[in-house]
Design a protein around this ligand. Sequence first.
Ligand code: C2E
Ligand code: CA
Ligand code: CA
Length: 653
Amino acid sequence: MIDYNDLSLGLSIAAFLVCMSDLIFTMLDRRIRKPQNKIYILMLFLLSANAVCGIVAFLAEKTKIISDAAFRTLTVSRYIYFVTHSLLAPIFFFYISFVVGRSINWNVRHAQHKSTRVFWLDVLMGVSLGAMELMVIFNPLLHWTWYFDQARDFRRAGGEILIYVQSAVWLGASFVLVMRSWNILSKNRKHSFAVCYMLVIMGILIQMLFGRIYIEVLMEALGFTGVLFFVENEDDRRDVELDVYNTAAFSLDVSAALKNDIPVQLIIVRDIRFNRTANPTLLGKTNNSALQRTVADYLGTKIKKYYIYNIGQGCFALTIYDKAEEKAAAVAAEIAERFRKPWSIGKTDIFLKASVILIALPERAGNIADVFYIAQCPIPEKFRGKVMQGDDLDWIIRYAAVESAVTRGLKEGSFEVYYQPTYHIDKKIYGAEALLRMHDKELGNIYPDEFIPIAEKIGIIDEIDDFVLRQVCRLLATGVPQKYGVGHINVNLSVMECMKEGFADHIVSIAEDSGVDKHDISFEITESVAAKDYRHLEEVIEKLKTAGFMFYIDDFGTGYSNINALFSLGADVIKIDKSVLWGAEQSELGMVLLKSTIEMVRGMHKKTLAEGVETEQQIQILKNLGCDYLQGYYFSKPVPEETFLSVIHAKTG
Ligand code: C2E
Ligand code: CA
Ligand code: CA
């Protein structure tokens, strides 16, 4: 026959030993940083207390009849057992709550962001926990949960069932949390929770079926050991070298915050690199990692290390779970400021550069993909050196989206050349301007004012301008526009391209390859651009004019260029900017400006073309002032090739 009491003693001792080794391991490994770790240690302490109570109760049980001291010890150990054991399930719930990111920090309450239903559920559970705990604590007076009868035999009272029900509810609730967060738990964590639940449930079942086998505590201790190795152990989340968390941990934690409606402010410190250094040999790889570590250590002085993630080479993310946005903004500003001062790495003082972005979640990004998108998207020059936040982010997001759309644009055929006809002052067809349009699969229509500067920046403007020129040549090669009275088609040129070596020859060869008459093509260059390097530009224009092309100065009246130099460029036509025309209708001064501009151009023996003509009245003004050509919505908007041909066809009859 098995002596059940002896078996229970063995089980209690085993449970105690397991708890102790878990505790020692936790302490040695110094896994005591986060609230989650602290709760885990608390659970181990409670469980060890349970085990000790089991051992003591067993020993006191034998002599309780003859010894009052033994009986008192037994009573006390029972009392401690009940008080501590009833707390386990609720505390386990809170533990899980931290693990799945539903709770983040002791002092971060996110009740405001929870639905009222969830809030009242929390209150209900809290109140019932309090009531149960009071019942257990005052049990020596009330005897509602357990007592010793006259014969000093242990008796369970009705209240005990409440403890079981309560524990079952907390366990169930923790299980629901695990299930809800299934996608944001790593595989190891899922497995260890599954095993832990199984062990605990088995322990409870065995103890319920065989009342005298005290196996529950041991099973729980075993379950917690699994948790120790797979949940508390964060090797898979850590960046060992920098002693911060890694990218995988970042995406899990941020996903958890988003899922649990916990507001979080992300500070991204990225593009950390050498700025100036006295010693160029410092640029080696080893020093680069020393540099990353120095920055990581500095960041660790601003915020607890377990809120810092290394999410790429030279890129850190800090999570701030504090609703006060100003606080995160202040930290971000301090970090940006720090990069203005030298860092001492090894024995050398060096300067580092970095960009700092502050992203408020969930306002600015609703999922982890968006977070990475913002964190990695290229930062335009104008934002360098300041903390990017708030509406800046919309700007960079749009910019990055357009940038990638432009990059893939030529390959995906997103570009299309539109044409806007130009007219003689008597409304007879004169020519046309080729204007580029872009239609992206994802972003829809994008206008040149947005994509041209980007194309210039990423260096594909020359390919784009070539594309336009080839399209225009192709159209002209059909001879159809000429047949309808289109004297020439204007192509806009980017200055960047004009200034390149061999530009003129390149243009000439494209035109010659297509076999069109070079007199059918004109080029437009903007006034402000023309203002930059006249000498070189003059040469280019000279070459193109000699080849047979015509030349227009675009947007005249918007810049502050040297008018003498501008006219010496040898342009054939000056395009007066639409703002000058529109200004003439608004004020007398505007009218004077338009009038004198036209007179001046005429005085230089050049032609004027007025842009932005939208009304008959404007045409009358321009006619009176002696303007030569017209372009604007009054006649036609820029339209696709087909439409353009039918417009000019209709015009010429
Ligand atoms: P731009 O060369 O000054 O082109 C004239 C702009 O005024 C065009 O805008 C045209 O649609 C618009 N416009 C014409 N008539 C009217 C009017 O009556 N009312 C109003 N409100 N607007 C009128 P778009 O097509 O958006 O082009 C903007 C700028 O983008 C152009 O200014 C040009 O600098 C640049 N761009 C367009 N296509 C190309 C191209 O193929 N290559 C290069 N390098 N730049 C281009
Ligand atoms: Ca133009
Ligand atoms: Ca213009």
